[in-house]
Design a protein around this ligand. Structure first.
Ligand code: SF4
Length: 315
């Protein structure tokens, strides 16, 4: 076993019990539902004490730095602590659609992805399940998992939980959805999203300031994703400026793939794709800043991220 895996095992063993206990009066995310998930009670995320997995596969549609040539070993978890009205994964983020797995079975999923050639393990929407995922990760590490771990989050996090992941997570891939709390409340019922996201991003940046690369792919670092919403260009510009000022060495992934999924129809102003002018104004603004990362090409009828990114361009 390599030193890195040994170190991760020690850290998880030290922190897991305390974190698991919190599920009995759940406060592991900013919703603070205080439900007993071991007793079958449901909070906002809609998941009890087993990780529900919607699907797991080698994903080649993420940013090139984490998809690589062989694919990112992506595990999509069901349920979500944010549940945006326009979520493209609404079929399993709003409902517990998928298979509830024991930590032993989830560890096997991780190890299978490694055997299939994944370049990392990409935990998509892990926030509400982190104690359960860490338990699985502990087993997987003991059984030979060596891949970098990607924490792929909406950004609606508690800083203290992110602090507890120091030394365990290799790559943070976090959204920064809103800086305006009125918009955050309107589309995601989370007026405190901007504050929670800012605090957690600063902690992620403290842990993973400098991107590290191995064989051309990211092995450690922070990627901040921002999905531009129709009619919200001013908030997007503020977000881009915030990133330049506060996390200048993080990698930016600027996305234009928004489509009006699910409950977007309840909000006429976001019930459409981004138009050409919005794309042009936002991407030009980003290009003036001193940031590195990827900007998605304008393509209003395509919904996958990866193939439309330009790798390593200076934007
Ligand atoms: S993880 Fe789920 S139950 Fe726990 S506080 Fe967050 S939304 Fe509520």
């Amino acid at each position: 076993m390599d030193l890195n895996s040994k170190h991760k095992i020690e850290l998880i063993e030290k922190r897991i019990e305390e974190l698991k206990k919190r599920l009995s009066r759940c406060d592991i995310c900013p919703r603070n539902c205080k439900v007993n998930r071991f007793d079958g009670e449901l909070g906002y995320c809609g998941i009890r004490d087993k990780a529900v997995v919607h699907c797991a596969f080698l994903h080649r549609g993420e940013e090139p730095a984490i998809s690589g040539d062989r694919g990112s070993g992506t595990i999509f978890f069901s349920g979500c602590n944010l549940k945006c009205s326009y979520c493209q994964n609404y079929k399993f983020s709003w409902k517990p659609e998928g298979k509830p797995l024991s930590s032993k079975d989830l560890a096997k999923v991780m190890l299978d992805l490694q055997i299939k050639g994944a370049i990392n393990i990409n935990l998509v929407t892990p926030t509400h399940l982190m104690p359960l995922i860490l338990e699985a990760l502990l087993t997987a590490l003991k059984e030979g998992l060596k891949l970098p771990i990607v924490y792929n989050t909406s950004g609606y996090e508690k800083e203290e939980i992110i602090k507890g992941l120091d030394g365990i997570i290799d790559i943070y891939l976090s959204d920064m959805k809103y800086l305006n709390s009125t918009i955050a409340e309107k589309y995601s019922r989370a007026a405190n999203y901007p504050l929670m996201c800012i605090q957690s991003l600063k902690e992620m940046y403290r842990q993973k300031k400098l991107p590290l690369w191995k064989n051309g792919f990211l092995s450690s670092g922070l990627i901040i994703r921002h999905l531009v919403l129709p009619g919200q260009i001013e908030d997007s510009k503020e977000i881009l400026s915030w990133i330049e000022e506060n996390t200048p060495q993080a990698l930016l992934s600027l996305m234009f793939q928004y489509q009006p999924y699910y409950k977007a129809k309840d909000f006429p102003e976001i019930n459409r794709a981004i138009d050409n002018e919005e794309y042009s104004r936002t991407s030009k603004y980003a290009q003036k800043l001193n940031l590195k990362g990827w900007v998605q090409e304008f393509s209003s009828n395509k919904s996958m991220a990866g193939p439309y990114f330009e790798p390593n361009i200076h934007i």
